[in-house]
Design a protein around this ligand. Structure first.
Ligand code: BES
Ligand code: MN
Ligand code: ZN
Length: 497
């Protein structure tokens, strides 16, 4: 979708769809509806009086041939209650407008902004919402209607032209949202079309496109590095594993921090010998969402160029049962030297992450952030609304939560605490790979944290938030691309950038 800006008078805008927003209670005279000429507002006031137009959150009211305007149609998007409104909600309004247009075969949307309540951040949210809303995971549908897509989204300046800072924010929003959609494309692919090998190929092609260094290690190199925990997961599959490494090292960045972004890249999780039930097992093609998200973050920062060093590390593998698969009771020695007893081969993500985190430290990373579809337990705790955030280092946890709040992504801190350690002790090795059902998201996080050691570390359990289970007015059913905006925001603001 092309993003344009226009600075013409509202009455003269020629567009198939002009969009304004208005708050509940007075949708014809609040928000950007305020800028409409009197004749148009009169129509809206009548619609409000009749009860058709209320301004309730995400309500879409379409007016054909609106009086006083050159636009063919006017769409009023409800902004909801003014006291509940927050800046990131703009993304949802823009997404709803775009999706409303899509299914009516309208290819262009013009969004009117009110200069008084406009900031660079607000514009960034609008652009992100529009591009994210325009995404549909319909690649494999023969009947997909290619004309059900908005090709151009125009931001209208209203009374005051856009500033340079506002134009920069518009460009930033586009890059972040396109990177989120890049992630959604990777996660949407079924596992027969997104093997570890293919995921690595996508990563390398993307790195080349945006001028980043990439290295991909295969089975021999993974074994030579003593990544026995990662290898244990991989050994049962006929698909060879890949360790994907991307580096972003701008010349103007300080020596530290070096941020390691580690993403779980299980391209299919059958559970292994501890086989999962067949119900919903197809969802396990998304078990590489954390890895894909980290690739998406790299794709964005390679273009936005914040002054910070970042390395992405994605251990990519399948988790399969078979004659060569690892088994419950097996003991392995992780790259760090810790011994792990396998109690459940379905707790495979933490094994791949264990070695990837340790590897990140050997590569000089001074802070570690991982994103992983790690536990079903986190979805019991937080549903698919919020990501679980874990970490011993409160300052880094705070930074991640602050970035999440700024972008509108929902995250909630869950505890790590020494008293949970007993749950994953082993009678034969240093630790066990499962702590049972109780506090499952916490013990999984803490297991991963064992391999971060003293290095500041934040863990994001995105098992719930990776996927939108029900179509929303502003978001297609399917992969979400979460938590790309949060991590990009964090990196953009790390070195005072
Ligand atoms: N990939 C799953 C977690 C998951 C569940 C992601 C649902 C997305 C949706 C993970 O590898 C897993 O199987 N975890 C187990 C851990 C248990 C065996 C200790 C779980 O959550 O049941
Ligand atoms: Mn599993
Ligand atoms: Zn898994």
């Amino acid at each position: 979708m092309k993003i344009d800006v226009e600075e013409k008078a509202v009455e003269q805008i020629q567009t198939p769809l002009l969009v304004v927003d208005g708050f509940e209670g007075a949708p014809a005279s609040t928000g950007s509806a305020e800028l409409l000429p009197a004749a148009t507002r009169k129509t809206l006031l009548n619609l409000h009086a009749s009860g058709e137009l209320t301004g309730k959150a995400l309500e879409c009211t379409l007016v054909h041939h609106p009086p006083g305007l050159a636009a063919l149609r006017l769409l009023v998007v409800g902004a909801g209650k003014r006291e509940k409104f927050q800046l990131p909600h703009l993304a949802r309004l823009a997404g709803a407008a775009v999706r409303h247009a899509r299914c009516r075969h309208i290819h262009e949307v013009a969004w009117l902004t009110l200069a008084r309540s406009r900031t660079p951040e607000a514009l960034q949210h609008i652009v992100e919402g529009a591009i994210v809303g325009n995404y549909e995971p319909d690649k494999y549908r023969s009947d997909r209607a290619s004309d059900r897509r908005v090709d151009r989204f125009v931001l209208l300046a209203g009374e005051t032209p856009f500033s340079e800072a506002e134009k920069t924010a518009i460009a930033r929003g586009r890059i972040i949202a396109e990177s989120q959609n890049f992630v959604r494309n990777l996660v949407n692919e079924p596992s027969n079309r997104m093997t570890p090998t293919l995921l690595a190929e996508h990563a390398v092609a993307m790195a080349r496109e945006f001028g980043m260094k990439s290295v991909v290690l295969g089975p021999e190199e993974i074994r030579a590095l003593n990544m026995n925990a990662f290898w244990a997961v991989a050994q049962g599959s006929h698909e060879p594993p890949r360790l994907i490494l991307l580096q972003y090292e701008p010349a103007n960045a300080p020596e530290t921090p070096i941020v390691g972004l580690i993403g779980k890249g299980v391209t299919f999780d059958t559970g292994g010998i501890s086989l999962k039930p067949s119900q919903n097992m197809e969802e396990m093609k998304t078990d590489m969402a954390g890895g894909a998200a980290m690739l998406g973050v790299m794709r964005a920062i390679a273009q936005l160029k914040p002054p910070v060093r970042v390395k992405a590390i994605v251990p990519a593998t399948e988790n399969m049962p078979g004659g060569r698969a690892y088994k419950p009771g097996d003991v392995l020695t992780a790259m760090s030297g810790k011994t792990i007893e396998i109690l459940n081969t379905d707790a495979e993500g933490r094994l791949a992450l264990a070695d990837a985190l340790h590897y990140a430290k050997t590569q000089g990373c001074t802070v570690l952030i991982d994103a992983a579809t790690l536990t079903g337990a986190v979805t019991i705790a937080l549903g698919n609304i919020m990501t679980g955030v874990f970490g011993w280092n409160k300052e880094w946890v705070r930074r991640v939560l602050a970035s999440a709040a700024a972008t509108g992504e929902r995250m909630w801190e869950l505890p790590v605490d020494d008293d949970y350690r007993d749950l994953y002790k082993s009678s034969i090795a240093d630790i066990a790979n499962s702590g049972g059902r109780h506090g499952g998201a916490i013990t999984a996080a803490m297991f991963v944290g064992e391999f971060a050691g003293e290095t500041p570390w934040v863990h994001l359990d995105i098992a719930g938030t990776r996927w939108n289970y029900e179509e929303k007015p502003y978001l297609a059913k399917g992969p979400t691309g979460h938590p790309v905006p949060t991590l990009v925001h964090l990196l953009m603001n790390l070195n005072g950038g």
